[in-house]
Write a protein that binds this ligand. Structure first.
Ligand code: HEM
Length: 487
């Protein structure tokens, strides 16, 4: 045999064997774990409302089930003890989120992996201490006041208002003012580029048609291939990276905020003392815009649906705010929102019913056994994606009796009904939990308190909350209309 054909045939055989080994790597995995497996073709992901699908699986299979995404096994856990094992107790084996095809340059805290994540998290955690949060109250209040003016303006065109764009503007302006020290004026300039890019980051993540479904399905067998196709509008990430860098490099004076932290890191880097590189430093801005924008605005918007459909809850919130403000010298300040316990419980119940992040996940980095009372021990193999279906867990009657009834009392400690450990996952849990939780709660309380003092939310024929299909990560809907009456 001649040398060249022999080399060619040898290469084909070796490549073929490697591809086969890649494809068969996890074959029989769920059977070995004795975990029920969901069988489905995924060419139609653009038609699936993922959170409803998770509920169907939970009703059919119980608290644990598996599904292949291409060759990767995804293990769904709706069992609180197992969730605690993954998110908290055995976190060292589950530090990363699932692999998302993107440039290293754009990996912020949200997408960072292993050691890089640990470094970033340690550096960014002090951004949200109580002291720092208190200094953010003034800009939060100012943006909330601008929001009220914008709603009043909007009411001049009619009593029925789509609240989604207004809360998106509020959310962006709050994060831009508090963390980045810039005025984005999204109420008066709703077409500013930053506002558009932040909205696009989320709409582009949705799977919109059969072509995208098919590319994703095929890409799930060879995930690296997806890096070459910009399916998720990743150029938006680049815009946010450049914006963060420009804000940081043109800043004059210091404000003690997030941007100052990035400037400090850049100066350390120039002196050769920073554990992050320049790409990673400015990528943090992507994470803050990305994670802080949609989540809070999504929650405040669904709160409008809640208020419209539950007048008793709305009225109790209104009475509590009036009561607290009677004794507050400085209006809606840090102490005042601390006293608004019913509002706090209402936001948490709203996050239970309508969690903006409907699933979270962790990638298993090394073979690991989870303690499971019912099945000796569960051996999770390296490479498995563990999915926590938050929306389904929040609607499981075992954890939340009458899950479709809106009852803030579940989150009031005075009540008997207490929320069981690890069942409320709106902000995730463990070392990789939401870093902006306290910021978000403060922002939402201030804005909602100011809003409800001024306006009454009324149900009307246009008040509908219809979830869009094709979004595996977020609670997607296109609009949310309510009727508003000035109090
Ligand atoms: C209602 C508002 C919010 C909700 C429901 C929410 C929810 C979440 C969830 C579920 C996660 C994943 C946690 C996990 O995997 O265990 C997360 C992560 C994160 N959130 Fe939030 N979030 C909100 C607001 C914010 C805000 C306002 C910011 C920024 C100011 C923010 C920044 C982040 C970041 C940077 C991460 C990644 C943390 C890490 O990987 O270490 N979030 N959030």
């Amino acid at each position: 045999m001649e040398v060249l054909p022999a080399v060619f045939i040898g290469t084909v055989i070796i490549l073929g064997a490697r591809i086969l080994a890649h494809l068969l790597k996890f074959r029989g995995y769920f059977e070995a774990l004795d975990v029920p497996k969901v069988r489905m073709w995924t060419f139609n992901q653009h038609k699936m409302v993922f959170q409803y699908f998770d509920i169907e699986c939970m009703l059919q299979f119980g608290r644990i089930w598996g599904k292949y995404e291409g060759i990767t096994p995804h293990l769904f856990l709706a069992e609180p003890k197992l969730i605690k094992e993954v998110l908290v107790k055995k976190f060292d084996s589950f530090v990363d989120r699932q692999y998302f095809p993107m440039e290293e340059k754009h990996r912020s805290l949200v997408d960072a992996r292993s050691e890089s994540w640990r470094v970033m998290r340690r550096i960014l955690t002090p951004t949200f201490t109580s002291g720092k949060l208190k200094t953010m109250f003034t800009p939060m209040q100012r943006v909330a006041d601008e929001f009220i003016v914008a709603v009043e303006q909007r009411l001049k065109t009619g009593p029925v208002v789509d609240m989604k764009p207004l809360y998106q503007a509020l959310s962006l302006d709050t994060i831009a003012n508090c963390a980045f020290g810039v005025n984005t004026n999204s109420f008066t300039q709703p077409n500013n580029v930053l506002f558009r890019k932040c909205r696009d980051v989320f709409s582009d993540l949705r799977i919109k048609n059969v072509l995208e479904s098919t590319i994703l399905f095929l890409g799930s067998y060879f995930p690296k291939v997806l890096e070459w196709i910009d399916l998720f509008g990743l150029e938006n990430f680049d815009y946010l990276w450049r914006t963060t860098r420009d804000i940081a490099l043109t800043r004059e004076g210091s404000r003690g905020d997030f941007i100052d932290k990035l400037i400090e890191l850049k100066e350390d880097l120039d002196k050769g003392k920073c554990p992050l590189n320049e790409d990673q430093i400015f990528a943090q801005g992507i994470g803050f815009f990305q994670a802080g924008f949609e989540t809070s605005s999504n929650t405040m918007t669904t709160m409008m649906y809640t208020f419209a459909k539950n007048p008793y809850v709305q009225n109790t919130v209104f009475e509590e705010i009036k009561e607290v403000l009677r004794d507050s010298k400085n209006g809606i300040d840090y102490d005042a929102i601390g006293k608004m316990t019913y509002l706090d419980a209402t936001i948490k119940e709203n996050l239970r019913m309508y969690p903006p992040v409907t699933r979270i996940d962790r990638l298993c980095l090394q073979d690991c056994r989870l303690d499971d009372a019912t099945r000796q021990k569960l051996l999770i193999k390296k490479g498995t994606v563990v999915q926590i279906p938050i929306y389904a867990i929040h609607h499981n009657p075992d954890f939340f009796p009458e899950p479709y009834v809106f009852r803030p009392e579940r989150f009031l400690s005075a009540e008997d009904i207490s929320v069981a450990d690890m069942t409320f996952q709106a902000f995730g849990s463990g070392p990789r939990t939401c870093i902006g939780m306290r910021f978000a709660m403060a922002e939402m309380k201030i804005a909602l308190a100011k809003f409800i003092l001024k306006f009454k939310v009324v149900d009307c024929p246009e008040t509908k909350l219809d979830f869009l299909p094709g979004d595996p990560f977020f609670l997607a809907y296109s609009s949310l209309c309510v009727k508003l009456e000035t109090r």
